[in-house]
Design a protein around this ligand. Structure first.
Ligand code: TRP
Length: 361
């Protein structure tokens, strides 16, 4: 069996460091690992519309932002297939058929949907499209016969739901679909990078994100204002590492070689943490170190972005090519699905003949 990856993002804003450590950086590694036969990366605009249906321009404008973030992070259109979800209508058709294979109560029990409903204050007036997006997500995955779906931990219930739908389909209509496996970040820091204010998650609405496209000045300002240990007032005070955002970021980004380069007083992060805990290490020094580490990581990304920004039509062309190729694959699966579901009336000569025989009798 081929190794196939499908994953994607909703285009509701520029991508930030949370996306980067949680998924983007990993995707680039997977792309370069040579272990995968095909990699599909989808800009999930149709899914984004399920809770932004009244703001289509927001989605429209963010398609290019996400595409630029992908390319500048190092995704290579010669190695991965970048495409736009709504431009593959086969996905919508699959969703309609899969809808029969899942119950309303099962969808209501999906913890991801539950949490997101609360987040959006949807309790009483949830759009049906949003409610059923796990089904649409199953179409995204199965249309490409993906075996591996790299996602954040919060998406695990989605994957379980997809696997259930696949099993139900195959048991009812015959073995057509492939059961996908989730791949979650192995490093727990990377599954959820906190916001610069120390809140659990980076989120645009909280204004606590560092974006991949931020300027060095913006990054500096955000790092120097980052949440640390509120009780670490004097440099000589002992400091706390747990819940200290600066150290959480260092866990996600700092390599031993960075100490040699930017902060030779310490060999590695452990030594720096020990000193901070004991007292005698000031926040400013730690923040400056983090700033150097982040600037080093983000500089090549920002430079690549500037190059791609010079030729926006070429970026749309990349998406268009990727979308056409994705459509061809999805259409193939849809064909198999239609055959298995016995709704392939016009391309089944046997059917037409046997119906004629029936009436001749
Ligand atoms: N739900 C994902 C997100 O919010 C985006 C997405 C849509 C996706 N379809 C998918 C991810 C299929 C993995 C597989 O970022």
């Amino acid at each position: 069996m081929e190794n196939i990856i499908l994953t994607g993002d909703r285009p509701t804003g520029r991508l930030h460091l949370g996306h980067y450590v949680g998924s983007l950086r990993r995707r680039v590694e997977l792309q370069n690992s040579g272990e995968y036969d095909k990699i599909f990366i989808m800009i999930a605009d149709a899914q984004a519309l399920t809770d932004n249906f009244d703001n289509p321009d927001k989605i429209r404008d963010n398609i290019i932002e996400v595409a630029l973030d992908y390319l500048s992070a190092g995704l290579d259109p010669n190695k991965v297939n970048l495409f736009i979800q709504s431009a593959v209508p086969e996905l919508t058709e699959l969703t309609f058929y899969y809808m029969n294979l899942v119950t309303v109560s099962r969808l209501e029990r999906n913890p991801t949907v539950k949490a997101e409903m609360q987040l959006r204050n949807f309790e009483t007036s949830i759009p049906a499209g949003f409610f059923t997006y796990p089904v649409s997500q199953t179409s995204d995955i199965t249309a490409f016969k993906a075996t591996v779906v790299p996602v954040g931990e919060d998406q695990l219930p989605m994957l379980e739901q997809a696997r259930e739908i696949v099993r139900k389909f195959n048991a009812t209509y015959g073995e057509v679909l492939v059961e996908p496996k989730a791949m979650i970040p192995e490093n727990s820091v990377c599954s959820r990078l906190p916001g610069t204010d120390g809140k659990a998650k980076m989120s645009k609405s909280l204004g606590n994100c560092i974006y991949l496209s931020d300027t060095p000045e913006e990054i500096k300002q955000k790092v120097m204002n980052m949440y640390t240990d509120p009780n670490h007032i004097k440099i000589t005070d002992p400091g706390r590492i747990e819940g200290n955002t600066v150290f959480t970021y260092l866990d996600a980004f700092a390599k031993d070689s960075d100490f040699e380069k930017f902060c030779p007083d310490y060999k590695n992060l452990e030594e720096m943490k020990e000193h901070y805990k004991k007292g005698g290490l000031g926040d400013v020094k730690v923040k400056k170190f983090l700033l150097s580490v982040l600037l080093q990581e983000l500089a090549p990304i920002r430079e690549r972005r500037h190059e791609f920004e010079k030729d926006i039509p070429a970026v749309y062309e990349i998406l268009k090519k990727g979308t056409m190729a994705a459509r061809a694959v999805a259409a193939e699966t849809l064909n198999e699905v239609r055959n298995a579901m016995r709704i392939n009336y016009f391309d089944d000569e046997e059917l037409i003949k046997s119906q004629q025989d029936k009436f001749n009798k």
